[in-house]
Design a protein around this ligand. Structure first.
Ligand SMILES: [Fe+2]
Ligand SMILES: [Fe+2]
Length: 244
């Protein structure tokens, strides 16, 4: 069996144990399988998944940003280390807040165009400048700014190859951001963004309780259950396997 076939078989066995059918969203598997092919729903008399997935840790009824960090995001040390570095560099609190959530899309949602996704997720809950900065770190990190000692990350050469060229929309957004009054806020995310992961440094989320308290307007209904424009995105992170 190929690795993919093995993984699929293991997953099949796992979902057999569930009393609900899970059909993955197209975006989870597009590329690994041809998205144009219909998904075949097993006809085993089971109902489909329409609520909390028992394989995931249960979220509180009214989840907070910190609950998402603890229960739904992948490793978050990179963001917390960046936020701590921003504090150490005496960046303002908006920059610290932005650093703390700048890569939440990678950590818990969708990787490609992560800066745009992250900005959209937090936009209703943070100062406009914070979400603006997160949106444009997507483009700015590809361009050096010697005035603040920011060079093109060596890691990108390793990841994308020496001859990688950014897409035209990244270049366009970089040019727009460069002349914007909040340029430096966004640039500071890049400056404090740790491009190398330090496995020996452990930062706890509690360190940022006050920063979050002052800079993130936690909805009383819980993230995902308010009526903000990004509530549905938080709900999807909370219940990623919901059928409809
Ligand atoms: Fe990023
Ligand atoms: Fe980052």
């Amino acid at each position: 069996m190929t690795t993919l076939a093995k993984a699929e078989a293991a997953e099949h066995a796992l979902s057999e144990e569930l009393d609900r059918i899970v059909l993955k969203s197209v975006i989870y598997t597009s590329g690994e399988r041809d998205p144009r092919q219909p998904l075949i729903r097993p006809d085993n008399g089971k109902l489909v998944m329409m609520g909390p997935d028992p394989r995931l840790p249960r979220m509180p009824e009214r989840p907070t940003l910190m609950d998402f960090f603890r229960l739904r995001f992948g490793p978050t040390q990179h963001m917390m280390q960046s936020a701590r570095l921003a504090q150490k560099n005496e960046a303002g609190e908006k920059v610290v807040m932005a650093c703390l959530v700048h890569d939440i899309a990678i950590a818990g949602f969708i990787r490609g165009d992560h800066g745009y996704w992250a900005a959209q997720l937090v936009e209703p809950y943070v100062d406009e400048e914070v979400s603006w900065a997160i949106r444009y770190h997507q483009a700015l990190r590809f361009f050096a700014d010697e005035s603040v000692g920011y060079a093109y990350p060596a890691m990108y050469v390793k990841l994308f190859g020496a001859d990688y060229k950014v897409d035209p929309y990244i270049e366009r957004d970089y040019r727009y951001a460069r002349d914007h009054k909040w340029y430096m806020t966004s640039r500071m995310i890049c400056v404090n963004d740790l491009y190398s992961f330090d496995p020996t440094l452990r930062v706890e989320l509690e360190e940022f309780t006050d920063v979050i308290g002052r800079n993130f307007r936690q909805p009383k209904e819980g993230l995902g259950f308010d009526d903000s424009p990004s509530a549905h995105m938080w709900r999807t992170i909370n219940h990623p396997t919901k059928y409809l």
